[in-house]
Design a protein around this ligand. Structure first.
Ligand code: GDP
Ligand code: MN
Length: 396
């Protein structure tokens, strides 16, 4: 689960990290009120979306001006910035071409910048630990730094016995910080490691971490996401969820216990078991297709779930073919077949359907499908099914 910058900053503030004063605003009036309350010589008006690259982003409608981060020196400027951002679609390197609608703003007092650093913590699965990544080239895309000037990135991992002060100091020296700032940096990083652990975070990214002219550090941007599997013990984070940021179809699927993730392709996949779903997506790609989604109907899927799954798939206008790949283990193929028939009868299945059933009662399942007179293509093997689905999507 992702949260907004202002929410992440609030969590960091509670742990004693240096963040500036700011206020969230859901309307132009609230933005103007925030300007008055902050009573600062200048403020940054920042679009709150679950994506980075806002500063360098642009609005879908060019008339809204440039960038999702704007420095304003008067009430008038705040009002204009807020008016042009709220309700409009911001496109950044991280949003994809469809962008994200700005529903809230963060109005933050301005901070002086001497240097911009990069600092992040993230779960590194390959090392089975948490990676600490820092760079002297802050304020810009870390992917770009990694590609062009990899020597400007320092990386270390948190050991099984915890993060050590010397590790923090080593990073600080690599960043070329002054003596007093080294101490402050080490303390800040220790606190950050604490928050990361305590909150079951998957990522904490501070870009930029600012060195002010007086040598003091400042968290000027913050991005945080959490391990969904740990949310059960992080109940208070639930209130930070922004439903506007979540794909409506993914929400609908989660509510009935389906694991669904929308993707950019045109071949919908309906599969039982996450591993089989991954394999199905791989093989679709292998034969030149692009999956429209990841969908695991679960080991104990019943008729209703299969119907719901079809409904969700069919709402995606990009879908040109549906590939059903079910291995009947605990789940029986005849039950799935009944679900497919019921769904096809109650919903308008307007795209080609390729079905592969294997395992328990697959003969009965095939029989049910054949007798239904549904317009579908049966497949024997997974590669046969994938090729048929790719061909069907190309034709429709
Ligand atoms: P991002 O583009 O989504 O990563 O948004 P950021 O919060 O990182 O803002 C982009 C850039 O705007 C930062 O790297 C800073 O250079 C600049 N910026 C943000 N807030 C302030 C501020 O309060 N004062 C000044 N001078 N610059 C700011
Ligand atoms: Mn940033």
């Amino acid at each position: 689960m992702n949260i907004h910058e202002y929410q992440a900053k609030e969590l960091l503030r509670q742990e004693g990290l240096p963040v500036l004063r700011g206020k969230v605003a859901f309307s132009v009036e609230e933005a103007v009120a925030a300007w008055s309350e902050l009573a600062a010589p200048l403020v940054a008006v920042k679009a709150q979306i679950h994506a980075g690259g806002r500063g360098a982003g642009h609005f879908q409608d060019d008339r809204q001006g440039k960038g999702g981060v704007r420095i304003c020196k008067s009430q008038d400027e705040v009002e204009r910035a807020a008016t042009s951002m709220l309700g409009h679609v911001l496109v950044t390197k991280q949003t994809g071409k469809n962008g994200k609608r700005v529903g809230r703003l963060y109005i933050e007092e301005g901070g002086a910048i001497e240097r911009e650093l990069y600092l992040s913590l993230l779960v590194d699965r390959s090392k089975a630990s948490v990676a600490v990544i820092a760079s002297a080239s802050g304020g810009m895309d870390i992917e770009e730094v990694a590609a062009k000037t990899p020597e400007r990135i320092v990386q270390t991992h948190i050991g099984i016995d915890g993060f050590k002060a010397w590790q923090a100091r080593k990073i600080a020296f690599a960043l070329g910080l002054q003596k007093d700032t080294v101490k402050e940096f080490a303390r800040l990083l220790q606190k950050l490691v604490g928050v990361f652990r305590q909150r079951d975070a998957a990522l904490v990214e501070i870009n930029p971490l600012v060195v002010q002219p007086d040598g003091k550090l400042l968290v000027m941007d913050a991005k945080m996401s959490f391990d969904d599997n740990a949310l059960f013990r992080q109940q208070e984070l639930e209130s930070l969820r922004d439903k506007e940021e979540e794909e409506p179809s993914e929400r609908e699927a989660n509510a009935v216990g389906l694991s669904y993730i929308k993707l950019d392709g045109d071949i919908a996949c309906m599969v039982n078991g996450a591993g089989l779903a991954m394999a199905t997506m791989d093989i679709v790609q292998h034969f030149g297709g692009e999956p429209a989604n990841f969908l695991d109907v679960g080991g104990g899927a019943d008729k209703e779930r299969v119907e719901t799954a079809f409904g969700i798939i069919l709402k995606d206008k990009a879908v040109k073919a549906i590939l059903v790949n079910i291995f009947g283990g605990i789940m029986r193929c005849d039950v799935i077949a009944e679900g497919i028939v019921a769904a096809a009868q109650s919903l308008d299945v307007h795209v080609p359907l390729v079905v592969r059933l294997q395992g328990t009662n697959f003969e009965q399942g095939k029989d049910i499908l054949a007798r239904s007179k549904l317009n579908l293509t049966a497949a024997e093997t997974l590669s046969d099914a994938a090729q048929k689905a790719v061909a069907a999507a190309r034709q429709s």
